[in-house]
Design a protein around this ligand. Sequence first.
Ligand SMILES: [Zn+2]
Length: 221
Amino acid sequence: MLLAEQRRLLCEYGHRAATTGLVVGTAGNLSVRAGDLVAVTPSGVSLDRLEPEACPVVDIEGHLVEGDLRPSSETPMHLAVYTATGAGAVVHTHSVFGTVVATTMTELPPIHYNVLLLGGTVRVAEYATYGTPELAASVRDALKDRRAALLANHGGVTIGNDLDGAFEATRLLEWLCEVYVRARSVGEPRVLTEEQLAAVVRRAFDPPTFPRRPGRPLRED
Ligand SMILES: [Zn+2]
């Protein structure tokens, strides 16, 4: 079986996406790249029931290489993202809070500094019908210099060097969107300024230091 390990990982993270509530049924798809091949979740199969053999393998141009089932209808979007970003994995979901923000906003404002882990303010890609080249192009543009994008009236997409990175980016995106939506229900959220965000970046490159206390070894052995 081609890409056996990658297809096993697709199932592992597909199950996690389902059990954590990020994906309900078939409302999401994942892929992972190895060279010019991509293993992707199939169309019409609930992610909580996914088996490795059911995951098709396509090449980067979209030819089916192995598998009996039809690749996810969002495969053109995944392939466009790989071509534009060099990512190793892509996760797309219709997660609740991500979709709420994608349905009401043109971007997710930086209200928490952890948005920097996704590259900064998350853009909302212009609406286009699912599975179309227009949506693929719109998402590709929204992901420029970012690890996440929202898709207007649709959901979210994240990338990573591997499936774990892309999956964690999806969890972070959903958390940020949830914080934003809940904050809006209390009041008008304060948005971090460019200077505050720049200070976070400087701090990350210059973390606090903890010099060893003199005269006493940390371990007796
Ligand atoms: Zn979708």
